[in-house]
Write a protein that binds this ligand. Sequence first.
Ligand SMILES: NC(=O)c1ccc[n+]([C@@H]2O[C@H](COP(=O)([O-])OP(=O)(O)OC[C@H]3O[C@@H](n4cnc5c(N)ncnc54)[C@H](OP(=O)(O)O)[C@@H]3O)[C@@H](O)[C@H]2O)c1
Length: 294
Amino acid sequence: MDSYRLGQFSVNRIGFGAMQLPGPRVMGPPRDHDEAIAILRRAVEWGVNHIDTAQFYGPDVANDLIREALHPYPDDLVLVSKVGAFRDAAGGWLPGQRPDQLRSAVEDNLRSLGVERLGAVNLRLHEGRAPGEEPVRLEDQLAEMVALRDEGKIAGVGISTATLDQVRQAIEQADIVCVQNAFSLLDRSDADVLDLCAERGIAYVPYFPLGSAFPNTPKVVDNAAVRDVAERLGVTPAQVGLAWLLGYRENILLIPGTSRLSHLEENLAVAGIHLTDADVAELEAGIEPEPTVE
Ligand SMILES: NC(=O)c1ccc[n+]([C@@H]2O[C@H](COP(=O)([O-])OP(=O)(O)OC[C@H]3O[C@@H](n4cnc5c(N)ncnc54)[C@H](OP(=O)(O)O)[C@@H]3O)[C@@H](O)[C@H]2O)c1
């Protein structure tokens, strides 16, 4: 499998996103606990050395599963988490971007995953703010992330759901190692951020690479142009969507999320699938990209 740098580490370009492991709406225990554990173990067995998670997936569920399945961790496994949000009792997603909240979220991840340092932590930005809270300046959020890195709790700082200007500010102030924004064949609106990352040697880790599990977003696997190319190549539509991403830029690191072992195996097999220039042209011409609305 090809690799790309994630800060001081070199990771395989196909990783795993843990957001689909908890129950429906990313809340509560998994549909099938044993399958969730098997997915994590199989991923690592098949070469995944980059896992994306968050304390707020479940909440707590994804991190607890990762620890149960994989601790003590292989030396080359890079665990990446994100901070800047928390869940309410109904499963709502609330911003938690004050420096003290970012710090306690990092501490929670260290404790639940059972590590002394996280490979990278993404500062997840939000447009909204928590009820009764003042907006927190990006500069102050980044300063806290840098402090956490200086203290050795984080190897690299990343940023997520960030505009081009915010990414520029994060590069300047925090020397970020990765950007995590929505990007897929169906939503290419972030191409300018991706290009900036490619120029600077920063990993770009697209979330929603298949269009997400949320019911209101278009799915890569349902797209007619994707399905046509998949049928012609004898692969699955998900594999076409992921292979397109791998071929798009060398600094893209994949973290597709799944709750099914069969889908994990399909997604990892993308390392062996190559789209020709003609396939790519057919896909890009046949799909009118639209920005993802979460
Ligand atoms: N920074 C952020 O704000 C942010 C936001 C969202 C996500 N993320 C990260 O990015 C990762 C990827 O995003 P995501 O999980 O939301 O969405 P995604 O990877 O685009 O899609 C996940 C959905 O695709 C399905 N799927 C996966 N593999 C498939 C296959 N081979 N064939 C058919 N369907 C397949 C999954 O269903 P099954 O479970 O049935 O396979 C699930 O419904 C997450 O896991 C998380 O780690 C980060």
